[in-house]
Design a protein around this ligand. Structure first.
Ligand SMILES: Cc1ncc(COP(=O)(O)O)c(C=O)c1O
Length: 357
């Protein structure tokens, strides 16, 4: 990749990134399809003007107001009480995940994940010199504990993505609790898509599970992928340890202020979530009618499989203005739930493909 004397273990790697193509209907990165309304944009802009006047100063390194707002949001939505000391925020949940690997991973240490799952988990493991141990999910993409628990027992991090990207599969709180019992490491539940699921969040386990960390994001339900705000819910002890690896002033004053404004109107911003869940149900039914197998999803996307080569179908859809994601699982493609018009276009093009076959 380069003639520069970079680390040999990275030299042959390709950077992570979904292929971005200039097509009309983009359903490939699990974004919220709705842009923000003018009233919200004006309100945030006014706040940001104030923040910019003081941008000669570093931001609050502790992001205290933001963390208090996040705690209030979680308290309101999970019927469990949290305070700012149990919350941590960073530039997207990817940065949170990186901080956890910096803290718990490293040379001679290992992380276990259940695949297929979010492909950044093993990438962050490698970049932090953490050995990655993959346990295959079942045919239905569920997690089943292996007969030999050695890898889990010895792991420094156990990664559970729930709802899981790219399959949408939910893991039970019983399973998460069991993993916490088996391992002596940190159990990380990546809940980037939690708001799209009706199930109880793993944050409700925190009080009785001291080595549990729940990672969340404002990128999806809040439609804030461009703002870059991820957060962690964990023990105060864990939050104190994270300060060992965070960079000074890692979260800009603009990001903090924007997120605070959004959290003040959480219920307003999250109102699209119900629509997206309804669209997920509708798209799944339509896919099934066309003969596709659809994985059970509790997220804002669906993984589906036909009796065709997924590469051929992916290219057909791109040629017809619809971008979905080939996540590298033979036969399967992943589609994000978009607006009703986008979803209709996707279904219409798919129908043409199926009828041609
Ligand atoms: C499971 C999962 N975790 C984390 C992320 C990262 O999200 P962000 O860094 O935007 O918060 C994503 C993004 O798609 C994801 O799918």
């Amino acid at each position: 990749m380069s003639n520069l004397p970079i680390r040999p273990d990275l030299a042959a790697k390709k950077p992570y990134g979904a292929p971005q193509l200039n097509v009309e209907v983009k359903l490939n990165t699990n974004e919220n399809p709705f842009s923000h309304d003018e009233a919200f944009v004006s309100q945030v802009s006014a706040k940001l003007q104030e923040v910019l006047r003081n941008a000669n100063r570093y931001p609050d390194p502790e992001a205290l107001e933001l963390r208090a707002r996040l705690a209030a949001y979680l308290t309101a939505t999970t019927a469990t009480t949290f305070d700012a000391n149990q919350l941590w925020a960073a530039n997207g949940s990817n940065e949170i995940l990186q901080q956890l690997f910096q803290l718990f991973g490293g040379p001679g240490r290992s992380a276990v994940g259940f695949e297929p799952s979010y492909s950044m988990h093993p990438i962050i493991a490698q970049v932090s010199h953490t050995e990655w141990v993959a346990i295959e999910r079942t045919e239905n993409f569920d997690i089943e504990l292996p007969a030999d628990l050695t890898a889990l027992k010895n792991a420094n991090l156990v990664m559970v993505c729930s709802p899981n990207n790219p399959t949408g599969t939910l893991s039970s709180l019983e399973l998460i609790s069991k993993l916490h019992e088996i391992t002596t490491g940190l159990v990380v539940v990546d809940e980037a898509y939690a708001e799209f699921s009706q199930a109880k969040s793993a944050v409700t386990l925190l009080e009785s599970h001291p080595r549990l960390a729940v990672v969340r994001t404002m990128s999806k339900a809040f439609g804030f992928a461009g703002v870059r705000l991820g957060y962690l819910v964990g023990s105060n002890d864990l939050i104190n340890c994270i300060r060992l690896v965070r960079l000074p002033y890692h979260l800009s004053s603009l990001t903090q202020a924007t997120a605070v404004q959004a959290l003040e109107q959480a219920s307003e911003l999250n109102k699209q979530v119900e629509f997206l869940i309804a669209e997920r149900v509708r798209i799944a039914a339509e896919l099934q009618k066309m003969g596709f197998t659809v994985a059970d999803s509790s997220a804002n996307f669906l993984l589906f499989k036909g009796s065709f080569d997924q590469g051929e179908l992916w290219s057909f859809l791109v040629d017809h203005g619809v971008l979905v994601r080939d996540v590298g699982i033979s036969g399967w493609l992943r589609v994000t739930c978009g607006t009703a018009i986008e979803n209709d276009k996707f279904l219409a093009k798919l129908k043409i493909f199926v009828e041609q076959k």
